[in-house]
Design a binder for this molecule. Sequence first.
Ligand code: FCB
Length: 470
Amino acid sequence: MNKFSRDFVFGTGTSAYQIEGAAFEDGKTASIWDTYCSISGNVFRDQSGDIACEHYYRYKEDVQLLKNLGVDSYRFSVSWPRIFPERGEVNKKGIKFYVDLVDELIRNNIKPMVTLYHWDLPQWAYDLGGWLNRDIAVWFEEYARVMFEALGEKVTLWATHNEPFCVSILGYLKGLHAPGHKDLKEALTASHNIFLSHGAAVKAFRSFNFKDSKIGITLNLSPGYPLEQTSENIELAKRADGFVDRWFMDPLFKGSYPVDMVKIYESKIGKLDFIKTGDLEIITEPMDFLGVNFYARNMVKPSQEGLLGYVGVGEKMPQTQEEWDTYPEILFKLLMNIKNEYTSLPIYITENGLALEGYKDDAGDDEKFGTIITSANDIDFVAEDGRVHDEARILYVYNCLKQCLKFIESGGELRGYYLWSLMDNFEWALGYSKRFGITYVNFETQERIIKDSGYWYKKVIESRTLQPKL
Ligand code: FCB
């Protein structure tokens, strides 16, 4: 089989903080990302999402971009502090922005997919303890209800959270994302409370009795792989899988945390006493779909420097043809593993894509955030002919989509694929140094230029078939 069906959903994705800009307009207050970016040294070149792609003002133009690309659906997120600038205070102007965006999408025949939490926690919620305070499940549910009420069934797919791993582990253990903490117990508490808030929101959603709207969650999954085939390496790869994937999949689908990981964590921080009786029933509230974000595998080797006895190797994204036959294959295995081990729920790939470097200058030498530019092919730039020839991205996406087809052929319920991202944007701590878009954004003029990958994707969507080249 080499054809996607007509009802397979092809989309692209973005998130509020990464594209909207208008950081303090129309009543919006600070999120933890506004705060984090304002502290020098946290983000590449001290950049921020203050302006980003100015999507808040240009959303109509961006919907036309989506229309030109021919996508069936668009995944975006809502900025919680736009809706609740303060505890218990609803901001009508914030709601209006998303109502207008959704209406504009529907007018253009594009199905909205909304993520409620894509990392921009209101600062007020953080000041009350943020994800470390169990009460956050109540605040989140309140926020979710306001959005369900405002957008309801116009939204085809709702996701409660995007990548709880990144929120908890990158934000509370590794200090790489807002709020920049470095504490294992905090990270595990945060992930648990995220799940409680998820369960509460799913339950609230059901009380609306929507017929045409579904709800799920998006996880980033990155299977562990041993660098060498020794029993020690293999064991550590399993642990790495426990750390990134199983810790998040098991509670949702098995109603328990993985025993091997609980043991390891308890040996480090004592009893996981933030898990209370009855919590897992809340967390396993039945959903309608699982969203999977897939970027790379998690290859590991033993090292005492790592918290869990291993370190990741080859953390850089696969950027060139060299790696293309290896990585995408993992996507098929990952999807089969979900199907065989966890759930028969429909799956959507809610993110997949490739970063190329954002700068042609010496940005690559930056010590903390540095990524060395290895060849001209690693850079997204506008060529003399006015186009962006991002062949590496086309090839990568092509190979991942092939794995999707293989999964569907094997009986997998894969319903859709959202390419990350609609356009270049603020890549969190890496600022604007990485471009993930299928549309190039000139951040000085805000001009958008569809890249070759965008034109290629348009052809895929129209024809439902795959070619490795434009
Ligand atoms: C994911 C995030 C998304 C984007 C991509 C590249 O972890 O969900 O916002 O930054 O990575």
